[in-house]
Design a protein around this ligand. Structure first.
Ligand code: MEV
Length: 339
């Protein structure tokens, strides 16, 4: 169980001693608290930055006459990289073109703590970090609007249909309530509660899950539209519960949200099993987070001891890894003071 929050980023962040020109870019993962899938259809969702898991990209001149990449799943010539890295090719291309940067061959190194395809926004975070690193390498600044525009183009390649919520949260330090057609609103998430994040260890399938919901919506429009409306109303109530600092109400709404995600067919037996284990251990609420069909489950606990017990139950039910996130600003401040 990993209890760190905002842990200092490791030595990756320091520039190498060899003084090679180096660009660095960092981004973090995200957790959707409520409203995934419905957010694709312009209903609201709430998401928070999850800084415990981060990605860093380093850009340097290439030792070869072509651009190379070194990442956990591929090492070699970038243009020959497997299709699942096409989003990064797009992010690099758009950054160089839109900033009118020269195109000497680069070496790109990706170091990531974010489990891939677990609904934690890994693809968006890597694009954000890459764009930041390329801009840093050339000594250029990039504003958030431009950064997010390029990341969204890359996300369309990674996931096809995307609401843009992953892009926004992986590039921002604030919790947000987001609706596609409206300006996102950031807010302070400050609750006397803990969030347990549990990785099922199963590859999540956001693209498949989003396509599944789209197809279901074609065959059962009333059912799916009704479910989306209901999820949207849970999200609005959850936002009020957060403002009233009521974790019990938030937990109840999270559980209802999971029930509807299950009805939409984006949960599976393993995720349901982990959610059930959290409920049985007394969680205030539990649900899958992100695209589903694998990936992560979140649970709300009233304090640290409760969170530890819930995390253990989730691990016994099959979760590969769990993290605890203290949602109280005051306690977070005390923790960082003690570090
Ligand atoms: C993925 O993290 C969240 C989904 O709602 C897709 C999206 O909003 O782009 C499933």
């Amino acid at each position: 169980m990993d209890q760190s929050f905002d842990k200092p980023y490791s030595s990756w962040t320091s520039r190498p001693l060899d003084k090679k020109p180096t660009g660095l870019g960092i981004a973090h993962s995200k957790i959707i608290l409520m409203g995934e899938h419905a957010v694709v259809y312009d209903h609201p969702a709430i998401a928070i930055p999850f800084k415990t898991c981060q990605v860093q990209v380093k850009v340097q001149p290439s030792a070869f006459s072509y651009t190379t990449i070194d990442c956990p799943y591929y090492k070699g010539r970038f243009e020959q990289a497997p299709d699942h890295l096409n989003n990064l090719k797009m992010a690099l291309q758009l950054t160089l073109d839109s900033k009118q940067l020269p195109k000497p061959p680069l070496h790109i190194e990706i170091l990531s703590e974010i489990p891939q395809e677990r609904g934690m926004g890994s693809s968006a975070a890597v694009s954000v970090a890459l764009i930041r690193a390329v801009c840093d390498f050339y000594g250029k600044t990039i504003n958030d609007y431009h950064l997010r525009m390029i990341t969204n183009e890359a996300e369309v390649i990674a996931h096809q249909s995307t609401s843009g919520i992953d892009t926004l949260v992986t590039s921002s330090n604030r919790s947000i309530i987001y609706r596609k057609s409206q300006q996102a609103r950031d807010f302070d998430l400050d609750l006397k509660a803990y969030l347990v994040v549990a990785d099922s260890g199963q590859i999540g399938q956001t693209k498949l899950a989003v396509n599944h919901v789209a197809q279901l919506r074609q065959s059962k429009a009333n059912f799916v539209n009704g479910a989306m409306e209901t999820i949207g109303s849970f999200v609005r109530q959850a936002f009020l519960a957060i403002r009233k600092k009521d974790p019990f109400e938030l937990g109840r709404l999270m559980t209802y949200n999971h029930y509807y995600l299950n009805q939409l067919g984006v949960s599976n037996a393993s995720l349901d099993h982990i959610v059930n284990a959290a409920w049985l251990a007394g969680a205030l609420g539990a649900k899958l987070t992100g695209g589903g069909m694998g990936g992560c489950v979140i649970a709300l606990a009233k304090d640290q001891a409760h969170a530890q017990m819930i995390a253990e139950s989730m691990e016994e039910a099959g979760a590969e890894k769990t993290w605890l996130l203290n949602l109280s600003k005051e306690e977070q401040a005390k923790e960082s003071h003690h570090d």
